[in-house]
Ligand binder design. Structure first.
Ligand code: NAP
Length: 310
């Protein structure tokens, strides 16, 4: 059976597209990927999503989005798309669970994943003191000294969250100026548990079975030093999850999908929404907006396609 519309990804972009598509009676099928919700599900406190003046946790927000999409008939499958063929129409998809699907239209809302530091020790000690998710792992660092790497919103927001557990949070940044929003900078500077380590990069993560020391290099003097910590949380940006579409969809050198103002990719019937193409805004509310735009365009495209082919 050929689906009308398959949505790949279940972050704010995918789930808002699903709500609109379901209300448009397209009976969309959503593939969640490894976890439902994408990056926002890993965020402890969301303070700037409209409609939640007291804030909401990422997982709760995702749950509400899923409930809203399903209420109108969207089907949300806990499965990951592992192969696509966009050279035939209907488009062909295979999933991790071994199922095969065909779809007349696709919305790609695969989002982005945390960028790694790519230093010795990082891979071996992931889950043993190296983490990319404060919400998931913060609890394990009660009364411990830890480091956060990065100078953007994520580093400061998650660093502040980690002060609830850790005895000290060293924020290691490669420059002496933060990229994060002013409100987060002010909160971090006022927090007695946060210590900024400026002009520094992590060269190596050391530890025998669990993290115990970071080797830092000063970017100005090139001097190296050791920082004893038991955990390191890495927040140095993201890379788009678009490897699946290489060779089939146009993308830039970093892997962000090329789309036009109506979120159309180079393949008619394939649309993109959220951080798979957006390298600029990267906010949950913006991704939700992109999901809506992509769905409205997909709906229009499907109506025209059906008119021509049926
Ligand atoms: P980001 O804004 O891209 O910041 C990444 C940080 O990591 C930058 O400070 C960058 O340094 C540093 N960095 C990059 N590569 C590095 C490397 N190899 N080694 C050391 N440091 C490195 O990423 P983000 O903080 O994850 O934020 C992503 C997007 O989500 C942003 O648009 C942000 O506004 C949004 N966001 C919003 C909120 C909120 O509204 N509360 C919360 C979280 C995220 P430089 O500054 O020197 O480039």
């Amino acid at each position: 059976m050929t689906e009308n519309l398959i949505i790949i990804g279940s972050g704010p972009a995918g789930l808002s597209a699903a709500t609109y598509a379901a209300r448009g009676n397209l009976k969309p099928l959503v593939f969640t990927g490894q976890e439902i919700g994408g990056q926002i599900a890993l965020t402890n406190e969301v303070e700037n999503y409209p409609g939640f003046p007291d804030g909401i946790t990422g997982p709760e927000l995702v749950q509400l989005m899923q409930k809203q999409a399903e209420k109108f008939g969207a089907r949300v499958e806990m499965d990951t798309v592992t192969e696509v063929n966009l050279k035939t129409h209907p488009f062909q998809l295979k999933t991790q669970n071994g199922a095969e699907y065909a779809a007349n239209a696709l919305i790609i809302a695969t989002g982005a994943s945390p960028r790694r530091l790519n230093v010795p020790g990082e891979r071996e000690l992931t889950g043993r003191g190296v983490s990319y998710c404060a919400t998931c792992d913060g609890f394990f660092f009660r009364n411990k000294e830890i480091a956060v790497v990065g100078g953007g919103d994520s580093a400061l927001q998650e660093g502040l969250f980690l002060t609830k557990f850790a005895s000290k949070v060293h924020v290691i940044h490669r420059r002496d100026q933060l990229r994060a929003q002013k409100i987060l900078q002010d909160r971090a500077r006022e927090n007695g548990k946060i210590n900024f380590v400026w002009n520094s990069v992590v060269k190596e993560i050391k530890g025998n079975g669990k993290v115990d020391t970071l080797v830092l290099e000063n970017t100005q003097t090139r001097a190296t030093s050791g920082l004893p910590v038991q955990g390191i949380f890495v927040y140095v940006g993201h890379i788009p999850n678009t490897g699946l579409f290489k060779g089939q969809l146009d993308m830039d050198e970093e892997g962000y999908l090329n789309v036009d103002a109506r979120l159309r990719t180079n393949v008619p019937g394939v649309f993109a929404a959220g951080e798979a193409h957006d390298r600029v805004f990267r906010q949950a509310v913006v991704s939700a907006g992109y999901g809506t735009m992509a769905e409205l365009e997909a709906e229009k495209w499907l109506a025209e396609w059906e008119h021509e082919h049926k």
